[in-house]
Write a new protein. Structure first.
Lengths: 181, 805
């Protein structure tokens, strides 16, 4: 029963402020290349890569959808592979080459073929999962340029979408694959 | 599996009906879109909320000393500290009965916490991280009280959620329609067949991918305040904040920036919105708050949560003669904005698409529990109603001994009966159920599947095929204001639109709808393009900011197109009428002789004499030569109150294979045939259907807010709460028919919720169909492998689910 818990919880909380101070640690300097530009910042060791990208580098296209590394909204490319940037500490990305959704389209405004495929196949509605979905899908095609529908579905299982029912996302990725072929 | 294209396409008569790609997409695809949490607000204090770990507890003491002493913490407040800030309790806009009980609900609990997640203290700090660190340092002494988590237990009043009310029942709402006194009972007495069913609608967590976020920016010396919030309802929220906080409404501006999905969960007035506004005013600076996913599960509303008792009476041919419904609906701990009205929205749909005589008896009791409040979730009362009637129709088909589709056909309201006055008094605008059902049956190859079932579902088979059918009517396009008045709803159901033709003939549309994924910018542009004979790229749609679009009733209830989109079309007509007067003046022609074709005014019968709209727009701007008495500029505003709901309908069919050894359900094929009248953009319509179907399928197979008996939510993260991934769901075969609505000028009906309404019963009927040979008549939702396996293991039939007999 929960009723036994409060005393223990209270005892725990008396020292919690000090506990946090003790464990934060001193800021650490990191240098990360994001979309081709090197950034150097001091970060708290506990800073997540997604927080670093959003709050320090100032690129907010990478979204946060959960706190258990379940939804994939924060997917980006780290050294060429899709990662959930909430499962990586910023300090672990020191020296890494990061590509975010902001780095996908060409400077002249031409969308990346995966972005274009999502647009043409109505692979997005509210658009919140979309940056992560595009990054994961691009990485999927890097590994498997000509996937079956099942392989696309399994390959994207770490990225959740609530709007599309995935039908048109899968269609988009298959279309991007055929456009590449 | 294959991705199946829509087998039919709309006739291309113009922009409307075409698959125009969405204007919304480039900013969303590139990270350029600004969601509330993306906003850079210098000097903002970050708020974090300490939430009760108990489902019900007296708050004996709160020690904020340690938290307040932390570096970067600017303030710590308890409910008692802030009690004076609330001019009124949190609003419930739908007192469904005169005697409905509605306990006072404040943004922060003052002396009792009533659900896990109820806020008990807040911190303002220099960063989000510091604010969250600080709430960990607040020491609350609770006296835990008994939780009330079971709906039927709550109804018994054994333990009270709000002792001061003396009962857990908030209200009982009745709708009894009888040709003559006792007609319902008489029908049951005389019935050749009756069924009596009990279904449980498990609580669902809406889980829009964007958790909520709020930024309140005051202008202390200017007196104004702007609230940026991830909401579906900036307009309603503005009124409610004014009422709840006693803030002058004209000094409030509410903006919904890019919003990452809502599904009803952002159709509410939330504690954190009120707190940010109140604290921003108190501190004279911006205050912001970001909801974590775990918070979202308990601090945003949940959906469904009903126990349904449904009884059908039928004659010897299986024709319905009476329907009786008894609902117990879980309100949760408090009444949020529309909580009590949600099950009532379903009250009109328990006879489904069937021709029922005046013998309908509906009653719903709303009950308090010590759980997160419920409110609208995609479909809001209507999926529940459709589930109950469609599951019951399958039960009746088994009683009568006819095929479920045949039983439905015997009961369909026939096309010639429309407009059809239902026994509830509402008028169904148009429909052709047999047509939709026939298209669906063809797409899934109905007779062939029935044949395969005979071969496959033999004794000892461990892979059983099930075919589920559901048909539905959706009551949407909320709503005629007078009907809302009769339901005691506290607002109207109109929508506003302004169409403004700029001097260079580009067009601004101002809409009161507030899209968050539905593609209004594209669809409204298409309506305007067709009306004005211009390129949709020349139209900009402004929305979701009360300073730019001051009038509106926002987006929910599949209302945006049949109310808001129709208003846009009407505003175009009004603008054309004004332009025509200027054109007639300048062309020295009679207004009545002018026609507006392909973007220009022509003298009827003399097409050579024409003036383009662009020329009139510039003339209206310069105002050098206008007819006497006519105001300059080309702009028209319309507020449209719909004369009726719109009634989309359809038939969904689902083919499943159930593994009796593991309880696993595989969806082999899903067919959705939806008729939403004229389709403005079939691509967007199909996208709405896809998403809705999977959300309904998720209720059937995967999702459920799972509480323990102490009221702790065991599924508060996306690791525990099974929002399906791409690998968990099938592709969808989409078909459609077009039966225009006669009640609006575009002939359109809503479509946002249709998929969710049709799919839950289709999937569950398929599972029960697969297992009916084993004597199984019901499987609880979500039909997880364990639940299905357990149902098989305890089935009356002698099968051994382990397959080792």
């Amino acid at each position: 029963m929960r009723h036994d818990v409060p005393d223990a919880e209270r005892r725990g909380r008396e020292s919690s402020a000090k506990h946090i101070d003790d464990h934060l640690g001193a800021p650490v300097e990191i240098t990360v290349t994001v979309n081709g530009t090197a950034h150097t910042h001091d970060v708290e060791p506990r800073t997540l890569l997604v927080q670093y990208i959003r709050e320090h580098v100032g690129l907010t296209g990478t979204n946060i959808g959960c706190d258990t590394s379940s939804c994939g909204a924060c997917s980006l490319h780290m050294n060429g592979e899709a990662v959930k940037s909430c499962t990586v500490l910023a300090v672990q990305a020191d020296g890494a080459d990061i590509r975010t959704i902001e780095g996908m389209a060409d400077a002249d405004g031409t969308l990346h073929p995966m972005q274009q495929a999502f647009m043409e196949n109505h692979g997005l509605q509210c658009g919140y999962c979309t940056p992560g979905m595009v990054m994961a899908a691009t990485s999927l095609l890097d590994e498997n340029p000509n996937p079956t529908e099942d392989e696309v579905r399994i390959g994207l299982e770490g990225n959740l979408c609530r709007c599309t029912g995935y039908h048109n996302i899968v269609k988009s990725v298959l279309a991007a694959a055929s456009a590449n072929a | 599996m294959t991705i199946t294209e829509d087998p039919t396409t709309d006739t291309d008569t113009g922009v409307i009906g075409s698959r125009l790609l969405r204007k919304e997409d480039p900013v969303l695809l590139t990270g350029e879109a600004v969601f509330t949490n993306d906003m850079l607000v210098p000097g903002a204090l970050h708020m974090a909320v300490l939430r009760s770990p108990y489902a019900r507890a007296k708050i004996l003491a709160i020690d904020t000393t340690a938290a307040a002493a932390m570096a970067g913490v600017r303030a710590v407040y308890t409910g008692a500290d802030l009690a004076d800030l609330w001019a009124a309790p949190m609003p419930c806009a739908w007192p469904v009965t005169e005697d409905m009980l509605n306990p006072p609900h404040h943004p922060i609990a003052i002396d009792t916490a009533n659900y896990v997640g109820d806020g008990v203290a807040v911190v303002l700090a220099d960063s989000d991280a510091i604010a969250h660190d600080a709430i960990e340092a607040i020491d609350v002494t609770y006296d835990p009280l008994e939780a009330v988590t079971d709906l039927e237990d709550a109804l018994s009043d054994r333990a009270l959620v709000h002792p001061e009310l003396g009962t857990n029942s908030s209200y009982t709402w009745n709708l009894l329609v009888e040709e003559n006194d006792g007609a319902v009972q008489q029908a049951f007495d005389d019935a050749a067949y009756t069924v009596s069913e009990r279904y449980v609608q498990q609580r669902l967590i809406p889980m829009a991918m964007e958790p909520r976020a709020v930024v309140a920016v005051p202008q202390p010396f200017g007196g104004d305040l702007t609230l940026y919030t991830s909401t579906q309802i900036p307009h309603i929220l503005k009124v409610m904040i004014a009422v709840t906080l006693g803030v002058a409404e004209h000094q409030l501006r509410v903006v919904a920036p890019a919003v990452g999905g809502g599904f009803g969960a952002k159709l509410d007035v939330y504690a954190e919105e009120l707190l940010c506004v109140a604290l921003a005013r108190k501190h004279g600076g911006p205050v912001r708050w970001n909801e974590t996913r775990s918070e979202n599960s308990v601090a945003s509303i949940q959906g469904r949560g009903q126990i349904q008792h449904v009884e059908l009476a039928a004659d010897s041919g299986g024709k319905l003669t009476a329907v009786r419904v008894r609902l117990t609906a879980d309100m949760g701990a408090y009444l949020q904005l529309l909580t009590p009205g949600i099950p009532i929205l379903g009250a009109f749909l328990y006879a489904g698409v069937y021709d029922l005589p005046k013998a309908y008896d509906f009653s719903c009791t709303g009950v308090f529990t010590t759980l997160t409040p419920t409110d609208a979730y995609r479909g809001a009362g209507r999926p529940e109603a459709t589930y109950a009637i469609e599951r019951s129709m399958d039960a009746l088909a088994r009683e009568v001994g006819v095929d479920p589709l045949e039983l439905r056909r015997r009961n369909f309201i026939q096309p010639e009966q429309f407009p059809y006055e239902a026994c509830t008094g509402l008028v169904y605008d148009s429909g052709d159920h047999d047509k939709a059902a026939t298209i669906a049956a063809d797409l899934i190859d109905y007779d062939d599947v029935r044949g395969r079932q005979t071969t496959q579902n033999v004794e000892g088979s461990t892979k059983r095929l099930g075919l589920g059918v559901s048909t539905y009517f959706e009551m949407c396009g909320l709503a005629p204001s007078r009907v809302l008045a009769s339901l005691n709803y506290s607002a109207g159901g109109w929508e506003a639109a302004t169409v403004r033709i700029l001097p260079t003939a580009k067009v601004q549309v101002v809409t009161g709808t507030s899209p968050h994924g539905q593609g209004h910018e594209t669809a409204w542009s298409m309506i305007v393009a067709d009306k004005l004979g211009i390129d949709p790229a020349d139209v900009d749609v402004l929305h979701s900011d009360t300073a730019i679009a001051p009038l509106g009733m926002d987006t929910y209830g599949s209302r945006s197109l049949p109310v808001g989109g129709v208003a846009v079309g009407m505003a175009c007509d009004k603008v054309i009428e004004k332009a025509k007067q200027i054109a007639a003046h300048q062309m020295e022609a009679n207004v009545d002789d002018l026609e507006f074709v392909d973007g220009e005014f022509r003298v009827a019968g003399t097409p050579a004499r024409s003036t383009p709209l662009a020329a009139i727009a510039f003339a209206a701007f310069t105002a050098h030569d206008l007819p006497d008495g006519l105001e300059p500029n080309l702009e028209a505003q319309v507020t449209y109150d719909p004369p009726n709901f719109s009634w989309p309908f359809g038939t969904h069919m689902c083919l499943v294979e159930v593994d009796t050894e593991t309880g696993d359900v595989e969806v082999l094929q899903y067919v959705a045939v939806d008729d939403c009248g004229n389709r403005v953009n079939p691509m967007i319509v199909e996208g709405q259907v896809h998403g809705g179907v999977i959300q309904g399928l998720a209720q059937a197979l995967y999702e459920g807010a799972d509480y323990d008996t102490d009221g702790n939510l065991r599924t508060s993260t996306l690791a525990d709460y099974l929002v399906p991934a791409a690998s968990d769901v099938p592709s969808i075969t989409v078909g459609h028919s077009v039966t225009p609505s006669p009640t609006n000028s575009l002939g359109v009906k809503g479509v946002g919720e249709a998929g969710t309404i049709g799919s839950v019963p289709a999937v569950m009927n398929a599972i029960v169909d697969a297992l009916s040979g084993l004597g199984i008549r019901d499987v609880a939702m979500p039909a997880s492998p364990n639940t299905v396996w357990t149902a098989i293991a305890s089935a009356p039939s002698t099968i051994n689910p382990g397959g080792t007999e």
